[in-house]
Design a protein around this ligand. Structure first.
Ligand code: CU
Length: 116
């Protein structure tokens, strides 16, 4: 009888450990944040692909004000002066076209990939 209860306790402990391990594994790793510079009237890098959940931060490195405006009006920054930043967190996979509303020829897009 003593052996059977020891096995039961060992089994219960193993189940608890497995549950704890799977709870940790179920936590998605935080997506690395991404940065896009605005320089010489261009977004650099021109194209990026990030994972869903990523916060993208644009930094204006130009002497000229620029904005970051989504073509679908999902987001729009104020006019960014030199060294000003604007951030947006992309939660849904897809292609997001954006441009500078002050210089509309500054247009590009970024891709948001599903998380594995
Ligand atoms: Cu601009």
């Amino acid at each position: 009888m003593r052996t059977i209860s020891a096995i039961r306790i060992a089994t219960a402990l193993a189940v608890m450990l497995l549950r704890a391990a799977s709870a940790v594994a179920a936590q998605p790793a935080p997506a690395a944040d991404a940065e896009v510079e605005i320089d010489q009237f261009a977004f650099i890098p021109q194209r990026i692909t990030v994972k869903a959940g990523t916060t993208v931060t644009w930094i204006n490195e130009d002497d000229t004000p620029h904005t970051v405006a989504s073509s679908s009006k999902l987001f729009k920054s104020k006019a960014l002066d030199t060294q000003d930043k604007f951030s947006f967190t992309f939660t849904t996979p897809g292609t997001y076209a954006y441009f500078c509303s002050l210089h509309p020829h500054m247009s590009t897009h970024l891709n948001v990939a599903a998380r594995p």
